[in-house]
Design a protein around this ligand. Structure first.
Ligand SMILES: *Cc1c(COP(=O)(O)O)cnc(C)c1O
Length: 393
């Protein structure tokens, strides 16, 4: 059984490139070039240098002593929250901006929902002095004002998507339309392990620095490279893909993927795609997708903006279908409680996305000698208002 992408861009039955004819040249150019470019020594050198000096890698692997005591097992946190811009997303945008430069592109477009990926993209465009246009639903622009301001300060133009539900899906459509109209000079930076092949694999490879570092760091701390479990939350699936990547073929490492149950898996307000989804096509790939019987995408819901997505990346659909990964769904309430608990036990305020991954310890028992590595995908500064409103702080 392979858990990696094949030459046609598939993970088992999931993946592929389902795109309009007019996008074919852009995606095909990327498909032909991405592995070649990533293997160039000069590319590797620049990528690794920026991860070190600009992002602040390697991110620490922190033994969470008090949390481990509470749950009677050994818990390590992979501190992606300490990266520049506060989450794992920048690993991917650094990789893609370097890819765009190698391909001779002079203009960057991106889509964003809550604004986190837009900020990470605007950041690397400022770093490289490249024009940046971020498409964002008009509704999201209104409710995510601080991230809109950040993008503008970083020199990006934020263009509102005014059609449909005026949220992420519509912003994605606008970005695709832009790319069709600007095929030669523009690169489209997708923010998660989704999209037409080669995006899921390219994003996963850029994020796989997370699991590469875990191996080295665990060897130092525990004298073994493999933990018993790796755990990560899943929106589109990029922090999870990066955390799982170097363990996919290590049979003794358990993989736990954590989705947002929202107000409950069966409440009608959820984003638990592995439970509620069926095979369908979204953003150019075949994957598990929340949809109605006649194939209309269902509006997802989660208290966390980053997990509020109706699909999962094709790699995760394959990990789910083959049983390689265990999927768990965590409600808003359980996530919020776990987030506050990490604050009190370890002095770390996590992103609400991450809080979902932390909540599994209330629901699942581990052995005292188990070593569990949780991807701490981001910090909670951006979520302060949600925490304030939820807990009445
Ligand atoms: C965007 C985001 C996520 C979800 O995205 P993935 O692609 O599934 O990783 C999770 N955590 C944080 C902090 C995020 O900003």
């Amino acid at each position: 059984m392979s858990y990696h992408v094949n030459e046609k861009g598939y993970y088992g039955e999931f993946g592929g490139a389902f795109i309009p004819e007019m996008l074919y040249p852009n995606v095909e150019e990327l498909r032909q070039q991405y592995l070649k470019v990533m293997e160039e020594p000069s590319f590797k050198k620049e990528f690794n240098q920026l991860l070190k000096d600009y992002v602040g890698r390697p991110s620490p692997l922190y033994y969470a002593k008090r949390m481990s005591e509470k749950y009677g097992t050994k818990i390590y946190l992979k501190r992606e929250d300490l990266n520049h811009t506060g989450a794992h997303k920048v690993n991917n945008t650094i990789g893609q901006i370097l890819m765009a430069k190698r391909l001779g592109k002079t203009r960057i477009i991106a889509e964003t929902g809550a604004g986190q990926h837009g900020v990470a993209t605007a950041t690397v465009c400022a770093l490289m002095g490249i024009e940046c246009i971020v498409y964002m639903g008009a509704i999201d622009i209104a409710r995510q004002a601080p991230n809109v301001a950040r993008m503008k300060m970083l020199g990006a133009e934020v263009r509102p998507a005014l059609s449909g539900s005026r949220t992420l899906k519509d912003a994605t459509n606008e970005a695709i339309r832009d790319w069709i109209n600007n095929p030669v000079d523009t690169h489209y930076i997708i923010g998660s392990a989704i999209g037409p092949h080669p995006y899921p694999d390219m994003v996963t490879r850029f994020q796989s620095v997370i699991s590469a570092e875990i191996k080295t760091q665990l060897k130092e701390k525990e004298d073994k490279e493999n933990p018993d479990y790796v755990v990560a939350c899943i929106g589109g699936g990029s922090n999870a893909a990066g955390t799982f990547y170097h363990f996919l073929d290590e049979k003794e490492v358990g993989i736990i993927a954590v989705e947002a149950a929202g107000k409950g898996v069966n409440s009608g307000e959820s984003a638990a795609t592995s439970v509620l989804g069926h095979k369908g096509i979204i953003h150019g790939c075949k994957t598990l997708l929340m949809q109605t019987d006649d194939g209309q995408i269902t509006e997802p819901y989660s208290i966390s903006a980053g997990l509020d997505y109706p699909g999962v990346g094709p790699m995760h659909s394959h990990l789910h279908t083959t049983g390689r990964a265990d999927f768990m769904a965590i409600t808003d309430d359980d996530a919020m409680k776990a987030g506050l608990e990490l604050c009190k036990l370890e002095g770390i305020i996590p992103a609400i996305e991450t809080s979902h991954a932390l909540a599994i310890f209330e629901q699942r028992r581990f052995e005292p000698n188990d070593i569990i590595v949780v991807a701490l995908s981001g910090r909670g500064d951006k979520d302060l208002n949600t925490y304030i409103n939820y807990f009445g702080l």
